[in-house]
Design a protein around this ligand. Structure first.
Ligand SMILES: Nc1ncnc2c1ncn2[C@@H]1O[C@H](COP(=O)(O)OP(=O)(O)OP(=O)(O)O)[C@@H](O)[C@H]1O
Ligand SMILES: [Mg+2]
Length: 259
């Protein structure tokens, strides 16, 4: 198995406040990994640090063999990483179709010169015309048939479950090798949680490696290949989804009371 993404001994946080005190994790090609742990453990902080939204004070992030520590998210998206944030992950006033198109904005050929369009060979190679972006949107939507009839509706007018699907669809526009997903089931009714989870499994089966943060730990571990339990900014447990699900300590401390 080849390593796709690695966090090595990351220390990271907000300003002076260190939240991650040396956290490590790996994701292999084709794998789905769940990140669980109590509120405030640093799960979102870990994902944000891997995606270049926060710069670690120590440690490294590797994507395949490339050290991507401190890379700008815009460049990471072009390299094949995707990120679905915990909140505010769609543009509510844009239509579903426009949201999808925004998922490819970093590759759009701009009519005006933008600072980040200068220089990089890689970026120029990857440019897409508006027609190509539109075509890609119609391909992407095939994975989300429920959204098909709602393409012209404002994303903000859809249900919570549908909005989560829009966020996922948007992140699939550039067919990422790795998708970092932060709490996809937050605020959803149980049936919708299952819908969103099965969509994530489908995306993973098509070859995208997935790191998923979840409060719904039991369900997440049931679909993940492996999982990590974080607590107060440190690695606490790691193992296969199955092993974590049946580990007595993990169960008592982190899975209690969940259906
Ligand atoms: N933008 C921020 N500025 C300052 N502190 C922050 C910020 N975001 C998060 N924190 C703090 O960092 C700590 C870890 O937060 P983080 O969001 O990573 O936790 P989490 O494990 O994702 O929790 P949750 O399950 O509630 O989403 C918390 O104490 C939180 O208050
Ligand atoms: Mg979080």
């Amino acid at each position: 198995m080849k390593l796709l993404l690695q966090a090595q001994n990351l220390r990271s946080g907000y300003g002076e406040m260190e939240i991650l005190h040396g956290v490590s994790m790996t994701l292999e090609e084709g794998e789905m990994v769940a990140l669980i742990g109590p509120n405030g453990a640093g799960k979102s902080t870990l994902i944000k640090t891997m995606f270049g939204l926060l710069r670690p004070t120590e440690g490294r992030v590797l994507f395949r063999d490339t050290d991507i520590t401190g890379f700008h998210p815009r460049d990471l998206v072009i390299m094949g990483l995707g990120y679905v944030p915990q909140t505010n992950n769609t543009f509510p006033t844009l239509t579903v179709l426009e949201n999808l198109e925004m998922g490819a904005i970093t590759r759009r050929i701009s009519p005006i010169p933008l600072p980040w369009n200068r220089g990089s060979q890689k970026r120029t190679q990857a440019r897409m015309t508006d027609a190509q972006i539109r075509k890609r949107a119609t391909e992407t939507i095939e994975l989300f048939p429920n959204l098909q009839p709602k393409l012209r509706e404002a994303a903000g007018s859809l249900s919570g479950g549908e909005q989560q699907m829009v966020a996922l669809a948007k992140s699939m526009m550039l067919d990422p090798d790795v998708l970092l997903i932060d709490e996809p089931s937050a605020g959803l009714a149980p049936k919708l949680v299952d819908n969103v989870f099965s969509k994530i499994v489908e995306i993973n089966k098509q070859g995208t490696g997935i790191v998923m943060v979840e409060q719904n730990a039991k369900k997440a571990l049931a679909i993940a290949h492996r999982g990590y339990v974080l607590e107060t900014g440190r690695n606490r447990f790691e193992g296969t989804g199955d092993w974590l699900l049946h580990n007595t300590d993990v169960g008592k401390l982190y899975l209690g009371g969940q259906g």
